[in-house]
Design a binder for this molecule. Structure first.
Ligand code: KG4
Ligand code: ZN
Length: 341
């Protein structure tokens, strides 16, 4: 089966991006993402508005993915979709659409765990990225999750640690909000940080045992810091934005790197792969590349379009599940809480 060309349509709608992709085996032919701008004015994702926007976007996005790939839907071998985790209303749109289309075309349906997809995005065949070999450590850093996972095989994963409160993407976004930056603030902190001094201000690192994370304390200490500084100089944030962003980003990256070092020490595995929206951060990409020299690690960083939410990563999981004939029943339901096992 591996030598035959199999076209898979993949659908992702777990949060605020409506995405569809067409893969030919492990090669991405198209990967269309409609990002919902509506949430910007509310400073965060509004679930009700997200599901309504998915309803509007899903048909044109799927059409665009098929026409960019130059594939007729009759040529599809299977449909893969994000079953969870995510916002229930958002997941329902993609799930219902995928089920209906699979029934209509009479082809297999493949359910995909979104977090597993962030990890397996590394296996998309692309000249600009390389795939890790097993076993490797994956760190998924997104707006909803922060986990360190020991990946033994495509579908054999063990969660070694995760956040006890906020996800790292939330830490970026909430810090940005405190600085008056619009949502999502992660990319904005990243760009300001590139112009600032990472050691200008010092924020405390949380003390959490083992490989778990905590980011809620950081947000509180940034809040108090800004309140105090603003009482001395109302323009403090404006005057020091680049340095504040650089210092916040430095603290977050230190927290992530400390845990990665511990994970390597505990497992002896020196191959590190990152995934999730925060993996688009220029600072973390640079820090990881540097560890190849300083720590002797081998690091794997997906292309940015495969880091933030996208359907191509759902498609690659779909392809590997297709090879195993791991198909879902057509009455399958979305799962807002879908633990990685
Ligand atoms: O994986 P993702 O697209 O969606 C979720 O599944 O959550 O991740 C979105 C998160 C947001 O918190 C966003 O601010 C963050 O990724 N993000 C970044 C950067 N690009 C996206 N955070 C820091 N630096 C970036 N360059
Ligand atoms: Zn994600």
């Amino acid at each position: 089966m591996k030598n035959l060309k199999k076209y898979i349509l993949a659908i992702e709608s777990s949060c605020d991006d409506t995405s569809a992709a067409v893969l030919c085996n492990d090669i991405v032919l198209s990967n269309v993402v409609a990002t919902q701008q509506i949430h910007e004015q509310y400073g965060g994702v509004v679930p009700e508005l997200a599901s309504r926007a998915h309803q509007q976007n899903i048909v044109p996005v799927v059409h665009q993915a098929l026409s960019k790939a130059n594939i007729d839907k009759k040529e599809l071998a299977a449909i893969a979709f994000t079953r969870g985790p995510g916002l229930m209303g958002s997941l329902l749109v993609g799930t219902s659409f995928a089920k209906s289309l699979a029934i209509g075309l009479n082809i297999p349906l493949i359910e995909v765990n979104h977090m597993q997809a962030h990890i397996l995005a590394h296996f998309i065949a692309d000249k600009d990225q390389k795939a890790p070999s097993f076993p490797f450590l994956a760190m998924t850093v997104s707006g909803g999750h922060t986990q360190i996972i020991l990946v033994k095989d495509f579908f054999q994963m063990e969660v070694l640690g995760e956040t006890l409160d906020d996800a790292v993407g939330e830490a970026f976004d909430k810090s940005a909000k405190l600085l008056g930056l619009p949502y999502p603030g992660g990319p904005l902190i990243d760009s300001h940080a590139q112009e600032g001094n990472p050691k200008a201000f010092l924020f405390p690192k949380p003390k959490v045992a083992g490989l778990n994370f905590s980011f809620s304390g950081l947000k509180t200490s940034i809040l108090y810091f800004i309140q105090k500084k603003k009482s001395e100089n109302p323009d403090f944030v404006k005057d020091n934005l680049n340095d504040i962003c650089a210092s916040i980003q430095y603290t977050i990256l230190e927290i992530l790197m400390d845990k990665l070092k511990l994970a390597v020490k505990q497992t002896g595995v020196k191959q590190i792969a990152i995934g999730g929206g925060v993996a688009a951060n220029s600072g973390i990409r640079a820090r990881l590349v540097a560890t190849e020299r300083t720590m002797g690690w081998k690091t794997y960083i997906p292309k940015i379009e495969y880091c933030t939410d996208n359907a191509a990563m759902i498609g690659i999981v779909g392809y590997y599940k297709y090879l195993q004939k791991d198909f879902a029943e057509k009455n399958i339901a979305a799962k807002a809480r879908y633990v990685l096992e």
